[in-house]
Design a protein around this ligand. Structure first.
Ligand SMILES: [Zn+2]
Length: 215
């Protein structure tokens, strides 16, 4: 049996099992979506957002790309953010990177001439690596350097998102969080919490919205 055919058979099995467990599941799904979370993750097949957070269809609005980058110049990324924040009114934006990320690793290696699109996409990562070159050079192993850059990358995307007008301009600011997933144990580590007091940019943004309201 070819793979697509097997996937379609698995789909029938899943739909039947799901409907059997909860007869209202699909009627509810068909009524519309109101996810509370926008997930920006890596396209890597090993980090499926719903699976690793035990979430269901309808729970997460998802945008995935190579190395979980938030690219303000990219209409794909921006349309997802705009719709999630302004229409769906999500409460949380979660950037989730992962250790062992091929996209992050590639940004530390010479560019491949076969991959012009990938090269363009990860250019900001190469720049971020340069910016933190001293810290990264302290690791002798490439994998360790890439894992640290994966963490720095999540923090950078969180910073960019918190600064962006789409996030800042809403009355009820969505909280932006930075997470990283461990392939070796399946666990997520919090690198930046939208609730944490150290998120100065975000707190400043919230304070300015509060003072605007008070005025
Ligand atoms: Zn990745």
């Amino acid at each position: 049996m070819n793979r697509p055919k097997r996937m379609l058979l698995e789909n029938i099995a899943w739909a039947r099992e799901t409907a059997h467990a909860d007869a209202q599941f699909f009627p509810r799904l068909a009524q519309g979506q109101s996810p509370k979370v926008l997930w920006i993750g890596c396209a890597d097949s090993r980090v499926p957002a719903e699976t690793v957070t035990n979430a269901n269809p309808g729970d997460l609005f998802v945008h995935r790309n190579i190395a979980n980058l938030f690219s303000p110049g990219d209409d794909n990324t921006m349309s997802v953010l705009e719709y999630a924040v302004r229409v769906l009114k999500v409460d949380h934006v979660i950037v989730c990177g992962h250790y062992g990320c091929g996209g992050v690793r590639a940004s530390l290696l010479p560019q491949s001439s076969d991959l012009p699109h990938v090269n363009r996409r990860i250019a900001p990562l190469c720049a971020l690596g340069e910016q933190h070159r001293k810290e990264l050079d302290a690791f002798s192993e490439l994998d360790a350097r890439a894992n640290r850059l994966a963490e720095l990358n999540v923090l950078e995307q969180v910073r960019l998102l918190r600064q962006h007008a789409i996030v800042r301009d809403r009355d009820e600011l969505p909280l932006v969080h930075g997470w990283i997933f461990g392939l070796h144990d399946g666990l997520i580590k919090v690198l930046a919490s939208g609730y944490a007091e150290d998120s100065e940019t975000h707190d400043a943004a919230r304070a300015s919205v509060t003072s605007l309201r008070a005025a």
